[in-house]
Ligand binder design. Structure first.
Ligand code: SF4
Ligand code: MG
Length: 281
């Protein structure tokens, strides 16, 4: 059985106190507790401080380009359905340039997890306004104040059909590791947005801010509408598993959840291959 030592990759350049440390530890803990070995999963990351997670966790991995961790992860899963696939990145990466991919992945329901380290700022490029920065927040790129309003990521994935949607906080490891285990085991597209303080550049969304403002729910809401209503009423600051439903994932619908060993050994059933080809005609 894998240990934390087995999953530890290269040295971190994250700032001391960065929320991303707890999220990485939460992913590693979830993988260990679920009984996976490093070769049984893949971490695909985007660009940003968060993007380094594919190097810091020792496993199959790919550090992709800005906003593209989700489409690359979908390709990995389609190419090797036996792998547990996790896409990870930041709010600037995933909800800015990557927003279109995120919406389409939500409705497509490929069996993978998307874990977003949300610090409401661009950290790697030293503190510009991100799609999650609060209205009025003065940053390097909005020196007086931010004139825009932030994206609500979890309402977006809920409305667009994601089958597992959760929100966590890097300062609450107990809740976070439970959420991550459920997200990784969920069959279909699971989206987890995690509040992760950037201690160097974001002096608004701090550990103290989240401690005072976050609300915790024990059980998922019964409908998408109820989950979105609660998010609207609480400024999006609701954590826990917000919504979950079970329906066929993309691979099952296409009929391509085949045995990779048969494919690799050239013994794949010709009838099955023919039926897959027909679906693409
Ligand atoms: Fe973390 Fe911010 Fe430092 Fe990046 S700049 S490592 S997000 S604290
Ligand atoms: Mg960010």
């Amino acid at each position: 059985m894998a240990t934390m030592k087995d999953l530890r990759g290269d040295v971190s350049t994250w700032c001391p106190g960065c929320g991303h440390f707890s999220i990485m530890a939460g992913i590693q803990k979830a993988i260990i507790e679920l009984g996976y070995e490093p070769h049984e999963f893949a971490i695909i990351s985007g660009i940003g401080c968060s993007g380094k997670v594919s190097e810091y966790i020792r496993s199959n991995g790919f550090h992709s380009i800005h906003g593209r961790s989700v489409p690359v992860a979908q390709g990995v899963k389609m190419g090797n359905p036996d792998l547990k696939v996790i896409a990870s990145g930041g709010d600037g990466d995933g909800y800015g340039i990557g927003l279109g991919h995120f919406v389409h992945a939500s409705r497509r329901n490929i069996d993978m997890s998307y874990i977003v380290m949300d610090n409401s700022i661009y950290g790697l490029t030293k503190g510009q306004t991100s799609p999650r920065s609060e209205h009025g927040f003065a940053t390097k790129s909005a020196s007086t104040d931010n004139k825009e309003y932030p994206v609500d990521p979890v309402s977006t994935s809920i409305i667009n059909g994601a089958t597992f949607v959760a929100q966590g906080y890097s300062g609450n490891i107990k809740q976070l590791s439970g959420i991550l285990k459920r997200a990784i085991e969920h069959r279909g597209f699971s989206h987890v947005n995690i509040f992760s303080p950037c201690v160097t550049f974001n002096k608004i969304n701090t550990y103290d801010y989240y401690k005072e403002n976050l609300i915790f729910v024990e059980e998922p809401f019964e409908s998408r509408d109820e989950a979105v209503k609660s998010l609207r009423e609480n400024k999006g600051l609701v954590t826990g598993i917000l919504f979950e439903e079970h329906r066929d994932d993309y691979q099952t619908k296409l009929g391509i959840d085949f045995d990779m060993q048969s494919l690799e050994s050239g013994k794949m059933d010709k009838e099955l291959l023919h039926s897959i080809q027909k679906k693409f005609e």
